[in-house]
Design a protein around this ligand. Structure first.
Ligand code: GCW
Length: 646
């Protein structure tokens, strides 16, 4: 069993669920909504006419909803957008919005995708909501949940999903072969019926195993032909496939570097092979040396993506998109924005977030990430050679800055086969929120939270108010009680859960804080690794100097003495102590707000979230005490306020 979340069906007058295939121009449907949940008004039998329009302003994916006579009309240029419009109509009703006023909406981000890190043995890499619902026992699973999931994505406007882990191993290598191709085709057709394109990850080294080829060199004619034939085969069976996401030359994955080729040469070989079929290649920029010697002070992992990719601008095929993580390292609770967003005017770029909370509490802690994503997207990266005056990250990844169409926003997903899909009930706000944000980035984090709460939990004003407060407090709280001032990585190696200040300090992963008894942080300006110089002006100057670097990133960019005074007026050490006490205190407040909701939200959700809060209360105290004691023992500087340090 699984929860339905915020959805209802679009049912036609025969009671059939309407999908992409069910739309004809002028089709009249009756929206039978809303059956479940407590306080909602039931609205049934609303007559809605779905009309295929020819309205350039709506482009491919926009819709218009308007009252016409005694019924409603949803207009869009194609079936996919009619689906979005129909779901939007339902949610407007459920949100008690005035549905008599016309609504016209066009998604801002061209691609709005989720990336699964699901393995075919049923496990999920960095998955915190049970096992995979897409794969089991090295096979593809197609059942009711598949359909619910496709609908769930369409209902918030996602238009793409990558079904398997970027680390392609074992049975997953056969997703492009005879063994699975028919099931792949079925799965893709289900997603397609809801207007969601399916993508897969492939193993870059696949042709090596063919004795006739024995290589993966992207410039080798045999390799090129092998992929061309392979793409012909795949598209013959899976005509609805969107394309492939590739992790190459990263964390043990094979790639073009093995053959002395560039990332562009690798990506383009696949791009050309898939082009005749209208497919695209998403090529990840998460390329770095994960076998670094911690004694080596010249290598800086944060530099890697930019160093490997920025000189390749303009070299990628037009159906290749490079997929860049939001920050230069790896989904930490705080990182600067990746400088690559400002550096590739002639390349399609997509931003990769992570709603799987690998480093932000693993869906055991509540951590609403939408405020963080909004901060990243609205950040002015001073994109070079812009063709418009929008030089923000959002401009770059939505095609405004460079007038390109292939770009977008994606996230590593947080879903699994847990009853409530996301482990922590409140983590579903991230799943909902990312979809809404990519569709309409002008929505505020509070708007999105409010919508989600009303659609999912209750529209009782107290529930809306308390849960909004909890969500809005949660990311700042997590930042406060975990690693301070942008330094990141004070987590247990391997599972990345819980505090371990020196866990990564003497390892090969290139993630160090270098705390001594006198200083902490990394010198990443021109006197150090030079990373700050990867930003366009004025950012490179801002990050060059601790005096102009924002407090929250000070230790990411600079090695500072503990008595260095931040812009807040606090010393580094006092900031660390205060933030950690405050962060743990915030969890007490969040839990208090939740406890007030007993009886106002569904009982099972209340109990599940209460259990998670019990854990978060003690675990945030543990974080607080481990990190504070670590720095106290290094420095022997007491807390100004005399609180307990160990
Ligand atoms: O953050 C790291 C994760 C790996 C992941 C990798 C990536 C899929 O710890 O588990 O591998 O990022 O993004 O490829």
């Amino acid at each position: 069993m699984f929860a339905k979340l915020w959805l209802d069906d679009v049912v036609d007058n025969n009671g059939t669920v309407v999908t992409n295939n069910g739309f004809d121009t002028g089709n009249v449907v009756y929206i039978n909504t809303v059956k479940e949940l407590t306080t909602r008004k039931a609205v049934s039998g609303l007559k809605v006419v779905l009309t295929k329009a020819s309205d350039a302003g709506l482009s491919d994916e926009g819709y218009e909803i308007k009252k016409s006579g005694d019924s409603y009309e949803i207009l869009a240029n194609n079936e996919r957008a009619l689906i979005y419009g129909a779901f939007r109509f339902i949610s407007l009703i459920r949100l008690n919005k005035d549905i008599t006023a016309a609504v016209r909406e066009v998604p801002v981000s061209p691609l709005r995708m989720l990336n699964h890190w699901d393995n075919m043995d049923n496990s999920i890499e960095r998955g915190y909501s049970g096992e995979s619902f897409l794969f089991k026992d090295n096979d593809i699973v197609i059942d009711d949940r598949t359909v619910y999931y496709a609908r769930l994505l369409a209902s918030v406007g996602y238009n793409g999903v990558v079904i398997n882990n970027v680390n392609v191993k074992d049975a997953a290598c056969d997703l492009i072969n005879e063994r699975f191709i028919e099931k792949v085709s079925k799965l893709s057709a289900i997603f397609d019926s809801y207007g969601v394109k399916m993508y897969m990850c492939l193993n870059y080294a696949a042709p090596i195993d063919d004795p006739e080829v024995g290589s993966a060199d992207p410039l080798d004619e045999k390799v090129i032909k092998w992929w061309e034939k392979k793409m012909d085969y795949i598209y013959e069976h899976v005509p609805t496939l969107g394309g492939f996401l590739v992790k190459a030359d990263s964390e043990g994955r094979p790639g073009p570097f093995t053959y002395g080729r560039t990332q562009a040469e690798g990506a383009n070989m696949l791009g050309r092979a898939i082009k005749p079929h209208g497919g695209i290649i998403l090529w990840r920029c998460f390329v770095y040396n994960c076998r670094q010697d911690w004694r080596d002070t010249s290598t800086d992992r944060a530099r890697a993506a930019y160093d490997y990719f920025n000189t390749l601008d303009g070299e990628f095929e037009d159906n290749v998109i490079i997929q860049v993580k939001n920050g230069p390292v790896d989904f930490q609770v705080r990182e600067p924005v990746s400088p690559l967003f400002g550096a590739m005017p002639r390349t399609n770029e997509m931003i990769e977030f992570q709603i799987a909370q690998e480093y932000t509490g693993q869906q055991r802690h509540v951590c609403y990430l939408i405020p963080w994503f909004k901060e990243v997207l609205s950040f002015d990266i001073y994109a070079r050679d812009a063709k418009s005056d929008d030089t923000t990250v959002l401009g770059v990844v939505t095609g405004k800055t460079y007038k390109n169409k292939l770009c977008g926003i994606c996230a590593v997903t947080n879903t699994g086969n847990d009853y409530n899909w996301t482990g922590h009930d409140l983590a579903a706000a991230n799943l909902y929120g990312l979809g809404r944000l990519a569709f309409d980035p002008s929505l505020s984090s509070e708007d999105i939270a409010g919508e989600w709460i009303k659609l999912t939990l209750s529209d009782d004003p107290k529930v809306v108010s308390n849960v909004t407060k909890i969500l809005m407090m949660s990311w700042p709280a997590y930042e406060k009680y975990s690693a301070p001032l942008g330094i990141g990585w004070m987590v247990h190696p391997a599972d990345h859960y819980g505090p371990d200040p020196d866990g990564y300090e003497y390892s090969v992963w290139g993630t160090y804080h270098k705390a001594t008894c006198k200083t902490v942080g990394l010198e990443r300006n021109s006197t150090g690794t030079g990373y700050a110089g990867q930003y366009n002006k004025p950012l490179c100057d801002i990050y060059e100097d601790p005096a102009t670097t924002p407090d929250e990133l000070e230790l990411f960019f600079h090695k500072l003495p503990y008595d260095y005074v931040l812009k807040s007026g606090k010393t580094v050490i006092q900031h660390i102590y205060d933030a950690h006490f405050e962060g743990a205190e915030d969890v007490v407040v969040m839990n208090g707000l939740w406890q007030e909701l007993k009886g106002l939200v569904p009982d099972d959700a209340f109990e599940r979230v209460t259990k998670r809060f019990e854990h978060q209360l003690s675990h945030s105290e543990y974080w607080r005490d481990v990190i504070n004691s670590y720095f106290y023992r290094k420095t022997l500087i007491p807390d100004e306020k005399g609180r307990a340090l160990y």
